[in-house]
Write a protein of this length. Structure first.
Length: 236
């Protein structure tokens, strides 16, 4: 977790689904962010003005006013990074939002790992202006290094290209180095608590990770199976 002395970026979450707001608030606070919330566009604009957040998470499907309008107003008065939360079928909204000045978007349902990675990437970009010290978090285990903020993985210093879910899975395991991480925890963290797909997906991604990271994928020394329960990352 983040040290108490460290700057905790403030995130404004504009979202009207109460359950989602609470689960996101909980997860973001655990990741070292402070969170203020708004459930309408009007409230979102007011809070952006009064709280001066480091970043805005903006749902596009809001009651009363469209998230696109909120995006336009926000951008007219501030350079704050904006990440849109969009519906799967809202392709036109994504394009419109980006044209209105949003910086990035995630499609619902998204995993918190993915969202946090996007947030950190945006904050890094805006912190580069020099207001805040850049904090880089790097996880290490044996031959493998994972740079959380840069979203980069290397084996013996050589960059390895991972797909987003593979990266999230490795991060989830490396954060608990030496400890069993159950299948349920991994699926929740990487695919989201709303994932009801085939759990074999997890094994497929573990296999891909091993193929990319292990010297002998058939006899893994970093990502080891805990039979019947889950997986564990070890230094090897
Ligand atoms: Ca909504």
């Amino acid at each position: 977790m983040v040290a108490a002395t460290e700057h905790r970026p403030l995130i404004l979450l504009v979202e009207d689904e109460a359950d989602l707001v609470e689960s996101m608030r909980f997860a973001l606070e655990a990741e070292g962010f402070d969170v203020v919330t708004a459930s309408t566009g009007r409230e979102g604009l007011d809070k952006a003005r009064t709280h001066r957040p480091s970043l805005v998470l903006l749902d596009l499907m809001l009651p009363e006013s469209s998230g696109l309008d909120v995006c336009r107003y926000l951008r007219a008065e501030s350079d704050v990074p904006i990440i849109m939360l969009t519906a799967r079928d809202g392709e036109a909204d994504k394009v419109a939002g980006l044209e209105l000045g949003a910086d990035d978007y995630v499609t619902k349902p998204f995993s918190m790992r993915e969202l946090v990675a996007r947030i950190r990437a945006q904050l890094r970009r805006s912190f580069r202006s020099g207001t805040f010290a850049e904090v880089s978090e790097v996880l290490r285990g044996g031959r493998i290094t994972l740079d959380v903020d840069a979203h980069e993985v290397a084996v013996d210093g050589n960059p390895v290209s991972l797909r987003p879910k593979e990266f999230d899975l490795l991060e989830s395991l490396m954060r608990r180095k030496g400890k069993l991480v159950t299948r349920e925890t991994l699926i929740d963290e990487v695919w989201g608590p709303g994932y009801f797909g085939d759990t074999k997906t997890l094994d497929v991604h573990i296999k891909r990770l091993r193929d990319k990271l292990e010297p002998d994928p058939a006899n893994p020394t970093h990502i080891v199976t805990v039979r019947g329960l889950g997986y564990k990352f070890v230094d090897g």
